[in-house]
Ligand binder design. Sequence first.
Ligand code: FES
Length: 86
Amino acid sequence: MEKIKVKICQGTTCFVMGGEVIKSIHDTLVEKYADKIEIVPVRCLEVCHDADSFSQAPYVYVNDEVVSAATVDKVISVIESKLKNE
Ligand code: FES
């Protein structure tokens, strides 16, 4: 099975809006899904550039799906949904 690609934004906006969340997403995902996902740190996913989207940071991509206002639970929910569908 191909691993799910999880792109965790580490750009300035996402860091400011949820630096600790991003770190905990990374740590939790590595622990829970090491054999099922590939974590790709990225600088900016280019979805944070207006006032509305700024307030929805931090962002994480799970394959091609954008998770806004990302939390550990939201990202895990999207990953588990994709795992069920494979
Ligand atoms: S800094 Fe995260 S999407 Fe731009």
